[in-house]
Design a protein around this ligand. Sequence first.
Ligand SMILES: *Cc1c(COP(=O)(O)O)cnc(C)c1O
Length: 389
Amino acid sequence: MISSRPTARPGSPATAYVDLGAIEANVRAVQARAPGSALMVVVKADAYGHGLLPVARAARRAGAGWIGVAQLPEAISLRDNGVDGRVLAWLAVPGADFAGCLERDIDLGVSATWALAEIAAAARHTGRTARVHLKVDSGLGRGGAYAAGFTDLLGAAARATREGTVQVVGVWSHLACADEPGHPSIRLQQAVFEAAVAEAERAGCSLEVRHLANSAATLTDPSLHYDLVRVGIAGYGLSPGPGVGDHTAYGLTPAMTLVARLSLVKDVPEGQGVSYGHSYTTPRATRLGLVPVGYGDGIPRNASNVGPLAVAGQRHRIAGRVCMDQVVVDLGPGSQAQAGDEVVIFGTGAAGEPTANEWAVSTGTISYEIVTRLGPRVERVYVGAQEVS
Ligand SMILES: *Cc1c(COP(=O)(O)O)cnc(C)c1O
């Protein structure tokens, strides 16, 4: 396992190093906090920008029994690239490829009777019984069947079960405020969830997995763990939010380090406006450096004049506006920086570099968005794996 970060790839404008060893260690650390529950690692949205397949394989190596994704094509891509074990996908629209999922032995989350009808039809067509997880909206006000809608869903599931097309293996829900431990909505949602589980059991479902917890709930409240916990952000080594605490409090290591190389340096006098709109003006004669990443790569435009970065171990803030392809940094008078020098945009923080969390705080968002929004021009390089397949 490589423990230290390699330097930026020569010739590559921007590289996101993804430490698969850190992901494996994070998955094990999270599992140790939920020893009585199965663990699902959530790899939707290209594994929060870290790379669907390498992360899914790392999760399996670390012992995760389940992989979770939102969209059906994400699940299909996992299977078609050799990822086995249990896979759950939960977000679809009418006409989605449920048959393709059943052919690939993918579990399906179901929030509505239209989906159950399409899944039952796909089961008839493929000759495969669908394993479904009925989702109750316990108060998030987003996905899941709400109130009497869940009873309707159970009724439809019972009919499909008698027909042999569907097997209800799970009842599940999602929390609104798990990242604010003690928030009153958590206990209210838990009560609605438990009532839905009891209703499903009375209706004859023999449930394999009841699941409610995301990363925040998994890290902070064992009473929410049930049979399975669904963990996304913690697996990537990031805290779900300030109310949960810093990642270090849970023994997690941020897996992604984003580095770039200066494409140009130049000495300018005091009073030079910098980048579009001249929202930054050099306060003194200084050296400017051009960093070849911009909002086209996922650097938030509202990081203008605030986004932190490090050059040669020295911290700076972005000078002026974030552009589509580049940002400027004021390297200071006397800087010896040269084109080709490495710029650390965020990393683990262990060497004093900025973190994704710091980027989130300085741009008014959450670390999830900082890593997930990185664009395809940013090359992903995998390090730290026992084996990269
Ligand atoms: C994304 C997602 C998760 C994972 O959430 P984290 O906060 O990243 O742990 C769990 N469950 C559902 C339904 C999700 O959409």
